[in-house]
Write a protein that binds this ligand. Sequence first.
Ligand code: SAH
Length: 223
Amino acid sequence: MSDAPGIPLSAEELAERKMRFLFALRSKGITDARTLGAMERIDRGDFVRGLFSERAYEDMPLPIACGQTISQPSVVGLMTQALQVGPRDTVLEIGTGSGYQAAILACLARRVYTVDRHRRLVREAEALFRALGLPNITAIAGDGSRGLPDQAPFDRIIVTAAAEDPPGPLLSQLKIGGIMIVPVGQSDAVQSLIRVTRTGEGFEYEELRSVRFVPLVEGMASD
Ligand code: SAH
């Protein structure tokens, strides 16, 4: 296998990497067939640029522009699986980042809205969604801690940055019967991934596992 920088991989080598990528996801507990299908279709290599592109199929978070990170594939898989997205669902993602998670959700949902506070990340993700032929994603530059009141309520909400508590505006924009996945905790500590289900009476909370995400920061970024 050629791993030297600058030497492109052959089609066979790429296919083998992809197979190992999917196998690793299964071994980490991602068993839902629709989630695995979407992660087979969306190539993480398209969302990682430059120096780190060679590591796109490894199960680790990687740096992207604006000092942010693309999450670890097994965490993307677990969050997607826990969100239980149906084909008629409208999904809100807070934290577009590279666009990888949104692209996976777009394979599973009717429509995906994704919000990031960095305009540059939104612009670059939009260009990728167009190039990959994913017409059902709308990327918006904004402060996601307020949600997206104009398009609310949502069947599913996924937050890919850590908040100290599940943000109130997001809870109120979740439909009854809806599910939200959000990492909760201080940004410099280990956080808990929480699944919130909205019932007719209120909210049910379930802790899924420990994770580490970049913080949810209020307000727009300057770039
Ligand atoms: N889901 C991404 C990874 C997200 S990294 C992917 O698949 O690549 C977390 C992202 O959350 C960063 O891009 C950061 O800019 C964004 N973010 C942090 N606080 C935010 C806020 N208040 N509103 C919107 N986006 C925010």
